[in-house]
Structure formats: C-alpha cells, structure tokens
Design a protein around this ligand. Structure first.
Ligand code: F3S
Length: 425
C-alpha cells in the first residue's frame, strides 16, 4: 500500500508506539483488501458499534485502557450503539441477575472508558445516530470509519457518505489515526451495482421484508432498485427515510449489503442513474409471490410454534419520532377495534434517547403509555442474546432481530393485530 510521508511517519512511531500500532492495524486491514492507499476520515463525528460492557470482553477493555493510558484519543467525538440494559424493560428475577451480575457487569466501567476516549455526550447511545435529534449525520461524500451495519448502509445509501462495513474496534482505530484504507465502498467502482432489482408488487412492499429478500439474494453486492419510487416518491421525505432505514437494516443483516441505490430517490441514483449499473448486472424481480415465498421460508425456531408470545419488540433499528407517533395512533385504533384497553402482549418500542426525550414532550407519550406499550433506548438484540431470553417466544417486525435471535418475524399489520387483539383474528 502506498502511504504518504505523514502516514509513513506515524507508522514509524512519530506519534508514539501505541499510535504506530493503530496505524499498523489499519495498514494490515487495508492490505487484506488490496487497498492501494489510505484516505482521510472527513466526517465531523464517528460512530462505534461496541456499546455493551460484556464481562467476557476483557481484551477490549485492556486495549481501550492502553489507548487511554498512551493519550491516544479519538480525533472525533463519537456516538455509540444502544445500551443493553434498561430497568423499564420487563425481566424476571433470573434474567435481572444474569444481566446485571454476569453478562453486562462491566457496563459502567466501559462507559467510563468511552467517555475518556471521546463519547459525544452522556446519551449518545443509538444505532440511528444519523437522526436529526441525535445529530451525528454525515454529509454527502464524507469518508467514515463506522461499523454498525444498519448505520453504514444508511449513511452510504441515503446520505451519500462513503464507508466500508468495518468491524468493531477497527471503527475506533480509523477515527483515532484519522485515516482508513481505500477499498470497496470508498471507491467509485465499488459503488456500482451488480444487481438490478425490479419491484413489481401490487402494493407498497413491507420495508423489512423487501430488504430481507434483496439482502438474501445479492449478499454483499450493491443492488440498483427500480420501481420502488412508485411507492416512496422521488423525494427523501421523513417517511421515505424511515422506510429506507428499516429496509436497509434488513438488507445489511439478512445479507451483507453496505450500499443500495433506489432509482430516482437516493442521491447517487438521482445524480448518475443507470450509469451506476455494471454492464454484466444480474436481474432479480420481486413481486407479491416472491415476497410471500421469502416470508414463508423464515424458520421458526421456537420450541412450541403455537406458544403465546411473551414479548414484542419494535424498533430495530431504533424508531424515529414520527414512527413513535404513527404507532401510537395505530395501537390506539387497534385496541379500540378489538375492544381492549391495553396491549395483550408486553410490548417495547425502542428509540434513541434523544428521540424519546422529544417524544416525551408530546401528548403522544402519555397516550402510548396508556395503551401499556413501554418505550426504551435499549438494543433488543442485546436483550435477547442469551440462553434465557433465547428460549422466550418473542415477536418482532425487525428482520435483523429475527436473523440474529429466536424472535419471530411478523409484518407491521400482523404485529398490530397480535398486540392489540392477542393474535385473534
Ligand atoms: Fe440497532 Fe440493536 Fe437493532 S443496534 S439495528 S437495535 S440490533
């Protein structure tokens, strides 16, 4: 890899031994992907994926401590993925014990390290850091050193920033040294589409289901989606961005998509149109039948397929302010139609702390509380990733949560029915 004099000097120890090791890690990372050079990270803030103080992550804390002791701080302030714990989310005694005493017993300690390294603010814990209320929204063309897959795909596709699907800790290293290796989604060629996805559905496709279908088909490739603007319009409105947030997270977790283009809508597709498509691109047609096939093929790994759900999680990735408001209306209407006053399954809506703060200023918050729905800032995946919760029958409309845990996927309408009517038709 060609390094500039400045980068070579850092590698040779001009800024100390620890910084040299950080640079060496990034050079090795770039070499593995045949990067020819390093480029400067240009975003105002960074975002880190590792937000949880898991007791078993001792090597991470040692590494963080080495960085802190050597005074090798992040050049950028950063937001972090959601916290794993919230006393408001229902847990039984055993779960409480396991979470606090065994799993996340290093949470406070780790948050202390994050503060020393450059945490943006006390409550900067969310995967949807790009929402206006949170304030970590990169500009078009910015080079990022992020790792959270749902945020990377959003930043690349909707905001037009440039970021690879890095790993945890490498995200911090790029931010510390201020450079990342240039390969993949950082290059013009790497942003070209090798799939044309034609949407031919009879109604607006469910964001999380469509994203899942595309992710599983194209895996890590870049899809160019045609026909979705019919349903989303040609402007990146709040509603379209929310749809693309959920759609993108599903492409990134059910496959490994880091960038998609939506014809007539996302910035690069608007700018360059079909020039973004490689000449040998394959074609994938999605109609109602195909979406049904995808959904019907999701495995159900509950011990008892007919178990009554014990918990419902919505908000993976975290919900926007408008989503919280819309869902308040929907839950109220659903309860009214079902003749119920409260949700029939314990239900948690997750959103960024800053969004919850805004939501709590509106009268929607009181109304939602009256329906029995709980709001929280946690990551449902971190709640579920343990043997105790893994056995619980949990339902969700998040295809990311379905993929990584035993949670069962339902469409938004099906979820609404389950929580307001208790699943009765
Ligand atoms: Fe966000 Fe956790 Fe889902 S980080 S995307 S809420 S798995």
């Amino acid at each position: 890899m060609h390094l500039t004099d400045e980068q070579q000097a850092i590698l040779s120890g001009s800024q100390g031994e620890t910084m040299a090791k950080v640079m060496k890690t990034l050079v090795m990372y770039g070499d593995a992907f045949e990067a020819e050079e390093m480029v400067a990270v240009t975003s105002e803030y960074n975002h880190l994926v590792t937000s949880f103080g898991l007791g078993v992550m001792a090597p991470v804390y040692d590494l963080m401590q080495q960085l802190i002791d050597a005074g090798v701080m992040s050049q950028q302030k950063f937001s972090v993925d959601p916290r794993p714990l919230d006393k408001n989310v229902p847990k039984n005694l055993l779960q409480n014990l396991i979470f606090n005493k065994f799993m996340y017993n290093k949470q406070d300690f780790y948050e202390g390290q994050l503060k020393k390294l450059g945490l943006l603010h006390e409550d900067a814990f969310t995967c949807a850091c790009y929402m206006d209320e949170v304030g970590n929204k990169p500009k078009k063309g910015d080079i990022l050193s992020w790792a959270e897959s749902s945020a990377v795909v959003y930043a690349n596709s909707v905001l037009g920033a440039r970021c690879n699907r890095n790993s945890g800790i490498v995200d911090l290293m790029g931010s510390i040294v201020g450079f990342v290796p240039k390969f993949g989604l950082l290059t013009d060629e790497g942003r070209k589409a090798s799939w044309i996805v034609k949407i031919e559905t009879s109604k607006k496709p469910e964001a999380q289901l469509l994203g899942s279908a595309i992710g599983m088909k194209v895996m890590e490739d870049v899809p160019y989606v045609v026909g979705l603007d019919k349903w989303l319009g040609s402007e990146l409105t709040d509603e379209a961005c929310t749809y693309l947030k959920d759609f993108g997270a599903a492409t990134a977790s059910n496959g490994a998509v880091g960038l998609y283009h939506i014809e007539n809508l996302t910035p690069e597709a608007v700018e360059s149109g079909k020039e973004l498509i490689k000449s040998d691109a394959k074609v994938y047609v999605i109609d109602d039948k195909e979406l049904k096939r995808v959904k019907d093929n999701y495995p159900v790994i509950w011990k008892d397929r007919d178990a009554k759900p014990k918990l419902c999680f919505m908000g993976c990735p975290h919900m926007s302010l408008q989503q919280l408001k819309d869902w308040t209306d929907r839950v109220e209407a659903g309860l009214k139609a079902a003749g119920n006053k409260k949700v029939q399954i314990p239900t948690v809506f997750t959103a960024p702390p800053a969004v919850l703060e805004e939501f709590n200023k509106t009268d929607y918050a009181k109304r939602l509380k009256e329906t029995g729905v709980i709001t929280s800032y946690i990551c449902p995946l971190m709640y579920m990733n343990n043997p105790l919760c893994g056995k619980m029958p949990v339902i969700t409309s998040s295809n990311k949560l379905r993929t990584y845990t035993s949670a069962r996927y339902y469409t938004d309408d099906e979820i609404l029915l389950q929580i307001t009517k208790g699943g009765k038709n």
